[in-house]
Design a protein around this ligand. Structure first.
Ligand code: SF4
Length: 212
């Protein structure tokens, strides 16, 4: 009975052979010590991915930031961003398989023009990636609206996802560039507003106490 149910389930939920092959490869790449019964990489997914070195500039100055000072000399450039994201996602699709989650990560993603940000997300989706934009969150609702809604007034995405990476003091944020302590940020966080439902944005926002 159990086998019949399993076969029925497999027929109803066929697995993309390319995805199955990617999972097999991923499992084979894992060190023996992490092939535990609870390991999901190589069984349910290939693991999360992210863009690398595309738009490293940021206008905050979190103390434990992993970027060098030189990153703020890098120009934020839409055509460069789109071309490099296209290249990196094509590589992921080829090497890691047709489906995965991926972070659009720099730097600060909202320093990109909203149309370039949207184009990068569309490229990621075209390569089978479920994207998440990594931001410090010090951004206006108007920017999020322009990201979510195209020049034709139509919604660009079924879903937008964000995650916030900051440290506890957010040095450089608007309104209070050098807060004496974390609590002093509360009025600014409370004053922030989020876009309303028509943008279709889902968010992992909220003030994190640690940098990513
Ligand atoms: S927001 Fe992120 S990229 Fe910017 S300074 Fe902080 S940790 Fe670095």
């Amino acid at each position: 009975m159990r086998n019949r149910l399993r076969r029925l389930r497999e027929r109803l939920r066929p697995v993309d052979p390319a995805f199955a092959a990617a999972l097999t490869r991923r499992w084979a790449e894992l060190p023996q010590g992490v092939r535990t019964p609870g390991q999901v990489i190589g069984r349910h997914g290939v693991g999360c991915e992210g863009t690398h070195g595309v738009f490293p500039r940021c206008n905050l100055a979190c103390t434990p930031c992993y970027h060098s000072r030189d990153t703020n000399r890098v120009r934020v450039d839409g055509p460069h961003t789109r071309a490099r994201v296209e290249e990196q996602m094509a590589t992921f699709e080829q090497v890691r398989g047709p489906v995965a989650h991926a972070q659009l990560i720099g730097g600060e993603v909202t320093l990109l023009d909203p149309d370039d940000h949207a184009a990068a997300l569309q490229i990621m989706r075209r390569h089978g990636r479920e994207p998440m934009s990594m931001t410090h969150g010090d951004v206006d609702p108007a920017y999020l609206h322009r990201l979510a809604v195209g020049p034709d007034g139509r919604r660009r995405f079924r879903r937008l996802s964000f995650a916030v990476h900051i440290d506890s003091l957010m040095f450089g944020r608007r309104g209070i560039a050098r807060p004496p302590h974390e609590r002093s940020l509360t009025p600014y966080a409370d004053a922030s507003s989020t876009p309303s439902a028509p943008c279709g944005a889902s968010s992992g926002s909220g003030r994190s106490s640690r940098t990513a």
